[in-house]
Design a protein around this ligand. Sequence first.
Ligand SMILES: NC(=O)c1ccc[n+]([C@@H]2O[C@H](COP(=O)([O-])OP(=O)(O)OC[C@H]3O[C@@H](n4cnc5c(N)ncnc54)[C@H](O)[C@@H]3O)[C@@H](O)[C@H]2O)c1
Ligand SMILES: [Fe+2]
Length: 376
Amino acid sequence: MKNFGIKTNIYFGEGSLEYLQNIKGKKVFVVTDPFMVKSGTINKITDNLIGREYEVFSDIVPDPPIELVVSGIEKIGKFNPDTIVALGGGSAIDAAKAIMDFSKKIVNIKEIEFIAIPTTSGTGSEVTSFAVITDKEKGIKYPLVSDELLPNSAILDPELVKSAPDFITADTGMDVLTHAIEAYVSKNATDFSDALAEKAVSLVFKYLIRAYKDGNDMEAREKMHNASCLAGLAFNAASLGINHSIAHVLGGKFHIPHGRTNAILLPHVIEYNANISGYTSTNYSITANKYSNLAKIVGLSNSNIRGNVKSLVNEIKKMQKNMNMPTTLSECGIKSDEVLKVKNEIAEIAIKDACTITNPRTPNDIEIIDILQKIK
Ligand SMILES: NC(=O)c1ccc[n+]([C@@H]2O[C@H](COP(=O)([O-])OP(=O)(O)OC[C@H]3O[C@@H](n4cnc5c(N)ncnc54)[C@H](O)[C@@H]3O)[C@@H](O)[C@H]2O)c1
Ligand SMILES: [Fe+2]
C-alpha cells in the first residue's frame, strides 16, 4: 500500500504574510539568521504579529551545528511559546525543526504551531519531514527524518526572496532542480510525486536564469518559490538519491554551499544513473526513460532516449555556465589531493546515507569514487 498526503497548509503569492495576522497563538518564538534582522526583513514578520508577545532567536548560521540547536532549546524553554515561526533559508527552517522537536522531549514544550517562511527558493524544507544538522567537529551532516518535523503552515511570499544575491539564487535554484530530478527517478516515485517533480523541473528551466539575471523579476521569483515548494513536496513523498548522499558528505567536510555541491554533482549523477555510455542496445532502463521524458517536457526533445538524456545533461551544464557556477570542487577552492585523501571515507558515508536507498541504481564504493574523480 502506498500513501500520499500533504500536512502543511500552503499560503502563497504576494501578500501571503498577512496569514500571520490570523494565527491563534499569543506567544511566538521566531527562529532566523542575522541577515534577516540586519536587513529589516524581520519587521515584515513582526508587523503582522501585533497584539502578540514574541521573541527573536537570530543566531542561525548556514549548515546549523548541534550547539546552535542546544542554545535554541534553552531559549525556547525559558520563553515557553505556543507558536514557532522559522524565517530564512533551509538552515533557519531546519534549525527551527530540530529546536522544536528536541524541546518537546527535553524541556517539555507542549504542542506548538509551526509556521515556516522560506527566504530562499531552494530546500523546500517548509513542506518536508527532513532537517539537516551538522556535527562541526566530525564534519558530518545528520539528516533528521520524522513527520513530527512537518510545519503546520508554509508561507511563500516571493517578496522575501528578492534580496537574495545572484549566487544564492543560482545555488538554491540548482538545489530545487536536484530535488525534483532525484525525486522523479527515485525508487519510491509515484504518479503523485512525478506530477510535482515534472512541474518543478519545467518551472526551473523556464525561470531560474531569469531570477538569476534580475532579482527584481517578480514573476520569475514567484515561479521559482513555487518550484522550490513543489520539488519539496515531490521529494518528501519519493525521497532523493546519491546526488544528495554525496553532497551531504562533501558539505560536512568542505563547507561548500549545499545547492552548489548538488549542482556540481548533478550532470555526473544523471550519467551514472542513466547508464547509457557505451550502450548499444535500445533497451534502456526505466531511469534513462524518465530522464528522457524530462528532456521532452522542457522542450529538449531529440530523436532517441540516449540523445534526450545527453541533451538534459548538456542543458544543465549550460545553465551552470550561464550562472557562472563552478563545475568542480577545485573551482570552489578545494585541492584535489584533499578530496582524494578522504575518497574512501566519503564513499563509505555516502553509501550509508538515507538518500542512497531510493537511488535508482545501487552504487558501490568504486562507483562513488569514480564520480568524485570527475568532480574533484
Ligand atoms: N530540510 C530539507 O528538506 C533540506 C533539503 C535540502 C537542503 N537542506 C539544508 O538546508 C541548508 C541550506 O539552505 P539554503 O540553501 O536555503 O541556504 P541557507 O539557509 O544556509 O542560507 C544561505 C545564505 O543565504 C542567506 N539568505 C537567505 N535568504 C536570503 C535572502 N532572501 N536575501 C539575502 N540573503 C539570504 C542566509 O543569510 C545565508 O547566509 C543546508 O544545511 C542543507 O543541508 C535541507
Ligand atoms: Fe537539497
